[in-house]
Design a binder for this molecule. Structure first.
Ligand SMILES: *[C@@H]1O[C@H](CO)[C@@H](O)[C@H](O)[C@H]1NC(C)=O
Length: 491
């Protein structure tokens, strides 16, 4: 789908040709854009420049008069450019000194501006969490410009984003509102389903990564301004991260830096797990593998199909390790990248093609390295990605749920059976008692009778009186089974 260049109206936010909203009820526009013009340093330079220009004009005029005495130097003045000190005060001229936006370890003290880029695709369910993180950032909000790319979304990502931005920018706490906000809408024809399974399946990786790369490049090229010192890439599905993450990463003063990214898991899956396997150090095995692959092939990390034996940042985490410990890496993951803006200005980008057999953020890391920028990961500084159960996990959870239900049903049945047995046993006990007294009565009677006719019977022979006449021999004997059965029932 082609991007639409027509001005759009969405809620109370005015989009004018894709540029920043400017009307009064929209997001505040940073005054910094024009600050360069009035800074003392710039004024000094301007004065110098004007002096030099004047000198050049005088020299050229004299030289011209000397060469062509009849000629006129009036046309030079008619250009207007050299005519007065108004040169840089034209409304349409912006002056930027890019040596001021190199990025330093204490950007918040030097008022360095960060461009925060967040690619969004069907992100409605995560947006509120993302904005909660924005609220909690300790880096001065007015120094952070936000840029969102909304692409290939079928849910309410865009309307919800507008809503949340309006709330954020209207926050009564003066420390809350952010700087300039850009929303860029562009579809890339994402063919892969965005459900967890399709997204993480091996087959889909290369083309998915190339599309993601394009999205990042479109977003950055549209939103990066000459006054940005830093660019921070952040995924919306980060669940837990230190509020000070921008300062924490910046303090290292690296060109490109990433934290470790893990995710919490349900207890039955072990409690936690490395998440982002795209931050890694190059290995000999992977280089040899890369040589055997087709020119357009893209190696994606974390899949059994490519056994690269690279040291992954994620697996080197020690929960008690020094969070400031640095590790040189070659590929970087995209969940949370802080990079100096000069890296991008120098031409490093997210390759949407195979660059050294890698694409997107991994290719970005490799390209930055290739241009001699520092690329670093912090193995013991961890942020936590949201846990979204995979189809396998969901299946497993269903199985566990069914097992639990089956177990419960079984236990219920068992309890019922036990109760029944107990009741029966009580009946049996009563019956037995009754029988016993019957027997005893019978025995007494028999004994009384015997007393008259025969000598008394021994105790062992009481039972005999209990047997019916049939059992005593007049009828054919009952089969063994039945006897045993009756015994079984009784005891
Ligand atoms: C933001 O800070 C508040 C107050 O400390 C905390 O309750 C909340 O969980 C934080 N939100 C995120 C997303 O970290």
């Amino acid at each position: 789908m082609l991007p639409s260049y027509a001005p759009k109206q969405r809620g109370s936010i005015t989009y004018s040709n894709g540029s920043y909203p400017r009307s009064k009820e929209t997001f505040s526009i940073s005054p910094l854009r024009f600050q360069a013009k009035t800074s003392p340093r710039v004024l000094g330079r301007r004065k110098q420049l004007i002096l030099r220009l004047a000198l050049i004009i005088v020299v050229v005029s004299l030289f011209g008069l000397f060469l062509w005495p009849g000629g006129s130097i009036a046309p030079l003045f008619s250009l207007g450019l050299f005519s007065s000190s108004e040169a840089f005060e034209l409304e349409t001229v912006r002056y930027y000194d890019l040596s001021n936006v190199q990025g330093t370890s204490k950007g918040w003290e030097r008022e360095e501006r960060i461009l925060l880029c967040a690619p969004l695709r069907d992100a409605e369910s995560h947006l509120r969490m993302f904005f909660a993180h924005l609220h909690n950032f300790t880096y001065p909000h007015h120094l952070i410009d936000l840029a969102f790319l909304v692409s290939d979304s079928k849910d309410r990502t865009l309307p919800l984003l507008s809503e949340l931005l309006e709330d954020l920018q209207a926050d009564p706490d003066p420390r809350q509102p952010f700087g300039e906000i850009s929303i860029i809408e562009k579809d890339f024809g994402q063919k892969v389903n965005q459900d967890v399974e399709s997204r993480h399946g091996f087959a889909a990786q290369a083309s998915r990564r190339k599309l993601m790369a394009q999205a990042r490049n479109w977003l950055l090229s549209a939103a990066l301004r000459p006054y940005h010192s830093w660019v921070y890439w952040r995924d919306v599905d980060v669940e837990t991260a230190p509020f000070t993450i921008l300062e924490d990463l910046m303090r290292h003063n690296k060109d490109v830096i990433v934290p470790n990214v893990w995710r919490p898991l349900p207890d039955w899956l072990g409690g936690e797990q490395p998440y982002d396997l795209n931050s890694w150090q190059e290995s000999e095995t992977a280089l040899v593998l890369a040589d055997t692959l087709d020119e357009d092939a893209v190696i994606v990390e974390g899949y059994a199909e490519y056994a690269t034996w690279r040291p992954h940042l994620a697996y080197l985490r020690d929960p008690y390790g020094d969070p400031d410990m640095e590790m040189d890496i070659d590929g970087v993951g995209g969940v949370s990248i802080l990079a100096k803006a000069k890296v991008f200005r120098s031409g490093v980008h997210f390759p949407a093609f195979s660059f050294e057999k890698h694409a997107e953020t991994e290719g970005f890391g490799k390209m930055a390295k290739r241009m001699k920028f520092s690329v670093v990961g912090l193995p013991h500084y961890t942020i936590w990605h949201l846990y979204e159960p995979s189809v396998d996990d969901i299946r497993h959870m269903e199985e566990m749920e069914n097992e639990r239900k089956a177990r419960e049903a079984e236990e219920k049945k068992k309890a019922e059976r036990q109760k029944k047995t107990k009741d029966q046993f009580t009946d049996v006990g009563v019956q037995w008692q009754a029988d016993k007294s019957e027997v005893a009565k019978a025995a007494d009677k028999a004994a009384a009778d015997e007393k008259v006719a025969e000598p008394a019977l021994g105790v062992g022979e009481i039972k005999k009186t209990d047997t019916t006449p049939a059992e005593a021999g007049e009828a054919p004997p009952k089969p063994q089974e039945e006897v045993r059965g009756s015994l079984g029932r009784r005891y």
